[in-house]
Design a protein around this ligand. Structure first.
Ligand SMILES: Nc1ncnc2c1ncn2[C@@H]1O[C@H](COP(=O)(O)OP(=O)(O)OP(=O)(O)O)[C@@H](O)[C@H]1O
Ligand SMILES: [Mg+2]
Length: 503
């Protein structure tokens, strides 16, 4: 596959400028670059979702013109997006076949045939898909496998994966890479986008660097280091999340006792969890995705019913609705920024108000009942500046921002108004190495001023580096306390799967 001279403009931005890229058959080709460099845009062009203003796509030497993803799919190209695109209320099987349902006699959907085909693909690549589970019950790791299967189901031979590992913990990454190697052995070609440079070096056969919309180099992973790659991308150095001196005090900010959450079907997903977080402390929760982290966080935010006691700064907030919890000073970075963090079709300044709609600077008047547009707009500009959100302005819709820049906006919003407690799920997911370092600095500075943080992250270096205290969650229970100053990512990884006892 070859891209020749691709250029794509958006209002106020040249997303791709004279891109040249050659991808050899049967290889894993990685694309790296800063947030907003133009990676996703390029992939959307290749997948027929967007039309290039200039340039040509060639497959096996012949030019192709895609007007829609359907054209790309029939040319054998499939894409797994940076943000998942599954319908929550449908089952895995329904999602996979959606839009290409096998028909029996041309009318009825042939579920049996679909189930059989899904099972065959799932077994062939070890994806472990359960066809009849509703997607809303799946964690991000599982959702991603469903997306991959969906693409394979449509017969893709060239697979585009936009940040597939952002949500995975190390052993899931290993599994995914095994899957990908299996696919290329079968002659498939994979284009892979990631900000995790060590992973890119591990899995890719070739790496292309994009900088400010254009391809600047294609390198052999055997000949470069992660540091050299980072320098090609940004001219910067790789950050490390190390927390130097402790700022933990003995003042308890959050106290959780016997918190239990049940699924709608009655299954216990958070089991009698208790912990405290003190002023100036980062409490990290390590766990393989799907072990109750999301439910724990949503119970703390009042989005999900729970039993037990939640006390914030001495006040029992267990019965508070979400809005009052936020007003009491809880900032919240959700795991899924599109479903729970943004209104994609609204401008950035309206997104600044989201979840903060009863507080200054977004409201004015004695009881704060009038929306303060000027206040919200000015503060959005501050966030854009302080968090380096790359955007032509605050009136563009959130959907026009690159994934990493959307994340920076959310972090900036949730750190505003000096929260007393920050609940952060994967705060730097999809953010490039430079911006990640900046977010870590913001978190450390707030922590030094007394912020308490509940940190959930699939990035074990981040978890170990930022946490003052680390706990492991497994099947909804806290099963181990770990000293972040001595543990290695490898040992933490095995503790998370329950492999390591007595830690
Ligand atoms: N639909 C759109 N409308 C306007 N501008 C857009 C749109 N989509 C992308 N852009 C802009 O194009 C540029 C490239 O964005 P793109 O999403 O391709 O970046 P990326 O390299 O994937 O970044 P990230 O690592 O953060 O995901 C950015 O400046 C972005 O704001
Ligand atoms: Mg992107």
């Amino acid at each position: 596959m070859e891209l020749v001279g691709i250029t794509k403009r958006f209002p106020g931005v040249v997303a791709n400028r004279d891109i040249h890229l050659r991808v050899a058959k049967g290889q894993i080709h990685a694309i790296v670059g800063e947030n907003g460099a133009g990676k996703s845009t390029l992939m959307k062009i290749l997948y027929g979702m967007q039309r290039p203003d200039e340039g040509e796509i060639r497959i096996n030497g012949s030019p192709v013109g895609f007007h829609s993803p359907a054209d790309a799919i029939s040319a054998g190209i499939g894409m797994v997006h940076q943000h998942f695109m599954l319908a929550d209320n449908l089952t895995v099987l329904e999602n996979v076949i959606l839009g290409s349902e096998p028909r029996r006699g041309g009318i009825a959907i042939d579920f049996a045939a679909a189930r059989k085909k899904i099972k065959e693909i799932s077994d062939a690549y070890g994806l472990g898909i359960r066809p009849d589970v509703p997607v809303e019950e799946l964690g991000v790791g599982d959702r991603q496998r469903v997306e991959i299967l969906k693409v394979l189901y449509r017969g893709a031979r060239i697979l585009i994966l936009d940040e597939p590992t952002a949500v995975l913990v190390p052993h899931e990454v290993d599994e995914l890479f095994e899957n990908l190697r299996g696919l290329v052995r079968e002659g498939l070609t994979i284009i892979f986008i990631s900000h995790k440079l060590d992973e890119v070096l591990r899995v890719a056969d070739a790496i292309t660097v994009i900088c400010r919309g254009t391809t600047v180099a294609t390198v052999d992973p055997k000949q470069v280091t992660a540091r050299q790659l980072a320098e090609l991308m940004v001219g910067g150095e790789l950050p490390s999340p190390e927390t130097r001196e402790s700022t933990v005090t003995d003042v308890t900010v959050l106290s959780v006792r016997d918190l239990t959450v049940r699924n709608p079907d009655g299954r216990v997903v958070v089991d009698n969890v208790s912990f405290d977080i003190r002023k100036g402390e980062v409490l990290g929760i390590a766990g393989v995705e799907g072990n109750g982290q999301n439910e724990l966080v949503e119970a703390l935010m009042g989005i999900r019913p729970s039993t037990g006691r939640i006390v914030l700064n001495g006040t029992d907030i267990s019965e508070y609705p979400t809005r009052r919890r936020r007003e009491a000073g809880i900032g919240y970075i959700p795991a899924d920024r599109h479903r729970h963090g943004l209104l994609l079709e609204s401008p950035l300044w309206e997104n600044r108000i989201l979840g903060h709609q009863t507080r200054r600077p977004n409201v004015k008047g004695r009881r704060g009942i009038w929306l303060d547009r000027a206040g919200a707009r000015a503060d959005t500009r501050r966030i854009v500046r302080e968090y380096d959100v790359r955007t032509p302005g605050i009136d563009v819709h959130a959907t026009a921002l690159s994934g990493g820049n959307q994340q920076k906006l959310i972090v900036g919003r949730e750190m505003s108004g000096d929260p007393v407690l920050l609940i952060a799920s994967h705060p730097t997911r999809g953010v490039d190495v430079g911006a990640q370092a900046a977010i870590w600095d913001h978190l450390r500075a707030a922590r030094a001023k007394g912020l308490a943080v509940l940190l959930i992250s699939a990035d074990l270096d981040e978890l170990i580096g930022l946490s003052d205290t680390l706990k492991v969650i497994l099947r909804g229970r806290i099963v181990a306390d770990i000293d972040p100053s001595t543990v290695t990512p490898e040992r933490l990884g095995s503790a998370m799967t329950g492999a390591e006892e007595g830690m």
